[in-house]
Write a protein that binds this ligand. Structure first.
Ligand SMILES: *Cc1c(COP(=O)(O)O)cnc(C)c1O
Length: 401
């Protein structure tokens, strides 16, 4: 069964009592028992709920494994992984540009409990093997990364990590199972911010942990119930609904991203375009090898002062100024003052997160509308710069923008 068929048919049988074609929402906190200690498989909804169980089956199928646990957010899912596998003295290796929320959770919370966190540039095999000490428990990967869309070689990093007995976790939020199957590349655990492409409509916060191996999964399943950061049945139902269109959405997101990247790459107001689908992107060949698509996000660096960049992101017709990504509606974000503002300015510079960087999450609107909206705004910035070089007074224009 191909993925687009799977999202409609796998674990989507009608409900047994009424024949309802879609999964019912079991909006209940508890379940009547047949006799003390004898349930019909469900006893309390933190532990399990049929709507949630159906979602977990569907998600596991999408990543090609048997085990999935959903959580109230992507970060709650990540927190369960850290709690399950890290004890004081253990090491976790992360990329330097790990997702901001993951960075905050690890460095501001888990580090204070004696966890050794080491940031390694996975493009550098020598520094990776130097960092892979015997106390390394987890090797954490994202590919593409956020917001610079770097590509890391999941198979190569997994092989190196397994050589010292570490578990490999891939945050597959950006690529989605439509484009990238981390378990086939060596991952032991896959984590998702379901909030983004999987739910897909900017109306749910949710996360998921998936595992290939029952023994690896067991502590995650335990913590889902014991820690209790579970999503409600309605949110699970929204994700089940969103997943049915996963492939058509993701393919359109990616097509729009490609069109935007290609339209902006030679624009005079754009100094750099980050998109793994461009042939000169440093990770282009690896991306082609390990994924079937380049994802739906484009980042650009705008050659203009901060106020002009802020005006550009604030005044788009089809791109709402908002954090998050992966929804049907286009969003635009200024990482330095929004998603990545918590990272100290010096670290931002070191990581290449300049004040001029803009992250674009095209929705599934018509691509030509999206391109025109962006080009129009960038043309206005070029016009300002031209005025500047012609000696015209631009102070008023820039501040009024
Ligand atoms: C959003 C995001 C997260 C965190 O997920 P939440 O659902 O917001 O808690 C983790 N990783 C990546 C790559 C993300 O984009």
């Amino acid at each position: 069964m191909k993925l687009a068929t799977q999202t409609i048919h796998f674990a989507q049988e009608s409900e047994s009592e009424t024949g309802a074609v879609t999964a019912p929402i079991f909006q209940t906190s508890t379940f009547q028992q047949i006799a003390p200690g004898r349930s019909r498989g469900y006893d309390y909804a933190r532990t399990n709920n049929p709507t949630r169980a159906r979602l977990e089956t569907v998600l596991a199928g999408l990543e090609g494994v048997e085990h999935a646990a959903v959580f109230a957010s992507g970060l709650a899912a990540e927190n369960a992984i850290f709690q399950a596998y890290l004890s004081p003295g253990d090491r976790i290796i992360v990329p330097p540009d790990v997702y901001g929320g993951t960075h905050r959770l690890l460095y501001q919370s888990w580090r204070t409990k004696g966890i050794d966190i080491v940031a390694v540039d996975y493009e550098n095999a020598v520094s990776l093997s130097a960092a892979l000490t015997t106390n390394t428990r987890l090797v954490w990967l994202e590919s593409p990364t956020n917001p610079r869309l770097l590509i890391y070689d999941i198979a190569a990093v997994s092989a190196a990590a397994h050589a010292v007995g570490a578990l490999v976790v891939v945050d597959n939020t950006f690529a989605t199972p439509v484009f990238q199957q981390p378990f086939q590349l060596g991952a032991d655990i896959v984590v998702h911010s379901v909030t983004k492409y999987l739910a897909g409509h900017s109306d749910v916060i949710q996360g998921a942990v998936l595992a290939k191996d029952a023994a690896v999964f067991q502590p995650i399943k335990f913590l889902q119930n014991a820690g209790g950061a579970v999503p409600g049945p309605f949110d699970c139902w929204l994700t089940l609904r969103g997943l049915k269109t996963l492939e058509v959405r993701v393919l359109r997101h990616a097509e729009n991203a490609r069109r935007i990247a290609e339209a902006l790459v030679d624009h005079p107001a754009v100094s750099r375009v980050f998109f793994p689908g461009l042939a000169d992107h440093p990770g282009h060949e690896i991306a082609r090898r390990q994924a079937t698509g380049f994802g739906g996000i484009v980042s650009i660096e705008i050659d203009a002062p901060l106020e002009a960049v802020q005006s550009f992101v604030s005044n788009r017709r089809y791109f709402m100024l908002a954090e998050s990504l992966g929804g049907v509606k286009s969003l635009i974000c200024h990482p330095a003052t929004m998603t990545h503002a918590a990272i100290p300015a010096a670290d931002r510079t070191r990581l290449g997160l300049s004040d001029r960087l803009v992250r674009i999450s095209p929705g599934i609107e018509d691509g030509s509308d999206l391109v025109s909206d962006l080009v129009e705004g960038l043309n206005a910035l070029s016009a300002i710069r031209e005025g500047e070089s012609n000696g015209a007074s631009v102070g008023a224009m820039a501040s009024g923008g």
